[in-house]
Design a protein around this ligand. Structure first.
Ligand SMILES: NC(=O)c1ccc[n+]([C@@H]2O[C@H](COP(=O)([O-])OP(=O)(O)OC[C@H]3O[C@@H](n4cnc5c(N)ncnc54)[C@H](OP(=O)(O)O)[C@@H]3O)[C@@H](O)[C@H]2O)c1
Length: 339
């Protein structure tokens, strides 16, 4: 019998700036059978998230850096092809912490079984009904704490997290302003998602003036996905007692020595709360969050965009699209079952 192989993309060296094919390399390794209590998934979907860029470095983070030589860590959804656990049968579909690889072998205890028969597109469990939807839900409601009538500003607003943040803020009765990098994205925010205004940050010129114009009553909640100069400008537009929910700082992820924010004094001047968070802070409430997001989807109150790219071998160039803004919504790699 021929030995099965597992194609993997692994971290050969830590990127200093934008990851390259020298940093992330391909190899085919023998596929070992699952150990006791383990399950092997044939991956169907691999989630591409900006956070992976952070794990490629060795700065302190909320989970361990990817070790050099290890396959690049990622959330995956796969079909069970071999199981040493009574909880999973061959053919079941599950979500797991996995990697940029064809097959993921993991302890059954860490897997979430997904009900394929429910008819929900599986990729949604990586996006609007998964980590990015949950990040928006808990980050906005628990950290941003918006109240009806307040103004919520969101950066990377047309992305997987930002687009959900804005729609939830609208449902809370807030005025919502998004910042995004193209006119098409801005039009989608206003025309399809019901944002009150959108700013194309690549063409608007002075950020502070543009935010001030789009938010004439000031900003009460800034949901920060990007950091950098946009954060600095937003800080100058905050109302007294505003909340800044620091979700991500994607503008700095590929910059070797990014300058720090210079307007933090505004925290004092306006009695502002600036709070970072990760979605994992709310792990024990994921059931509640997924239930609510699913209800909103069913009721047509929540829309989402996802971009699914076929082929494991496209994974690095596709990942890099998160950083030039050419992704339209939640970015996922699919490895077709007949492939
Ligand atoms: N705290 C958590 O638990 C958590 C969980 C998930 C994600 N996050 C963070 O949330 C943010 C969004 O993640 P996502 O998964 O939803 O990705 P995404 O928004 O779907 O994709 C990333 C977007 O960021 C924008 N961007 C890239 N480089 C930028 C720059 N230099 N300046 C301004 N905008 C830039 C691009 O949109 P434009 O075309 O608009 O530029 C790009 O499409 C990231 O910072 C991520 O790290 C945090």
């Amino acid at each position: 019998m021929t030995q099965m192989t597992n194609r993997q993309y692994f971290l050969a060296s830590r990127p200093a700036q934008m990851p390259t094919a020298d940093n992330v390399q391909c190899r085919d390794v023998p596929l070992a059978p699952p150990g006791p209590g383990e399950v092997t998934l044939r991956n169907l979907y691999i989630s591409l998230d900006p956070a992976i860029r952070g794990w490629m470095g060795d700065a302190p983070n909320y989970i361990e850096p990817i070790a050099l030589g290890d396959a690049v860590r990622s959330s995956v959804i796969g079909r069970v092809v071999s199981s040493n656990s009574p909880d999973f049968a061959v053919g079941d579909v599950a979500m797991s912490v996995g990697a940029w690889e064809q097959y993921t072998t993991a302890p059954a205890a860490g897997l979430n079984k997904l009900d394929e028969a429910a008819g929900i597109p599986l990729s949604l469990f990586l996006g609007a009904l998964g980590p990015t939807g949950l990040t928006a839900y808990f980050g906005l409601l628990e950290v941003g704490r918006p109240r009806a009538g307040e103004t919520v500003l969101v950066s990377a607003a047309a992305g997987a997290v930002g687009s959900v943040v804005g729609q939830i803020a609208r449902m809370q009765g807030c005025r919502v302003v998004g910042m995004a990098g193209t006119d098409d994205k801005c039009a989608w925010l206003v025309d399809a998602l019901g944002f009150d205004a959108a700013i194309n940050y690549r063409t608007c010129g002075d950020y502070t003036a543009a935010i001030g114009k789009a938010c004439p009553a000031g900003v009460d909640v800034y949901f920060d996905n990007v950091g950098g100069e946009i954060l600095d400008a937003a800080l100058l537009c905050l109302n007294p007692h505003a909340r800044v929910a620091v979700c991500g700082w994607i503008s700095t992820y590929n910059v070797a020595n990014p300058p720090g924010p210079v307007n933090l004094w505004q925290l004092v001047a306006k009695s502002v709360t600036l709070q970072g968070f990760t979605v994992l802070d709310y792990l024990d409430r994921f059931g509640e969050g997924i239930g609510q997001l699913a209800r909103w989807l069913q009721e047509g109150k929540l829309q989402y965009r996802e971009e699914i790219v076929d082929g494991l071998d496209n994974i690095l160039p596709t990942f890099l699209r998160l950083f030039d803004g050419s992704n339209a919504g939640k970015l996922v790699i699919r490895i077709p079952e007949q492939g």
